[in-house]
Design a protein around this ligand. Structure first.
Ligand code: MN
Length: 197
């Protein structure tokens, strides 16, 4: 996972690696609000809460692992959204190489993995995130995290995440969270995921 560090005491807002109207399954309206308003608020709040917290100048993962309350919520949401927005693109929509081998070993097939991932996302009650991570034994695991949760706090290495807060899909899919989850496979760039190994 790429290390995210503060510059002159502040974390910077990540830039989308694609045009706001280019993803198709996520509309420009959703992406504009989600990246431009929701993430911006989390970044601004994180930078307001850092001074005096004792966690200044740490990496974002370290802030997430060592904080609690409002600071944890905002730091977690900055880390989660950065990983979410960075994993989409226009190629490599199926895993290959080492990533494919790991998925087939631990889930049987890519289809079986996608089914379990979507099911865990659809059944997460309220707001949160569904994650694919690697555990300490090198095994892939799918977990649900409520609110701003990130698997790094459980000692896992996160690879892939789908945001299931309603702000991620409501303008495009209304209450149909399962349809949003199944559509996202069309834009996941598995080379980005593989680089997080
Ligand atoms: Mn979100």
């Amino acid at each position: 996972m790429k290390k995210i560090i503060p510059i002159n005491g502040s974390f910077e807002m990540m830039t989308l690696p694609y045009a706001v109207d280019s993803l198709g399954v996520i509309s420009a309206e959703t992406l504009g609000f989600h990246h431009g308003k929701h993430l911006k608020t989390y970044v601004d709040n994180l930078n307001k809460m850092l001074p005096g917290s004792g966690l200044e100048n740490m990496s974002l993962v370290d802030v997430v692992c060592k904080s609690s309350g409002g600071l944890f919520n905002n730091a977690g949401q900055v880390l989660n959204h950065t990983m979410y927005f960075e994993q989409f693109g226009f190629a490599n929509h199926v895993p290959s190489g080492r990533m494919r081998q790991m998925i087939e070993k631990d889930f049987g097939s890519f289809d079986a993995f996608k089914k379990e991932f979507e099911q865990k996302g659809a059944t997460l009650f309220g707001s949160g995130w569904v994650w694919l991570s690697i555990d300490a034994d090198g095994k892939l695991v799918i977990t649900q995290e409520p609110n701003a949760g990130n698997p790094v706090t459980s000692g896992l290495q996160p690879l892939l995440t789908f945001d299931v807060w309603e702000h991620a899909y409501y303008l495009d899919f209304q209450n149909r969270r399962a349809d949003y989850l199944s559509a996202l496979w069309q834009i996941v760039d598995w080379l980005v995921i593989e680089r997080r190994l």
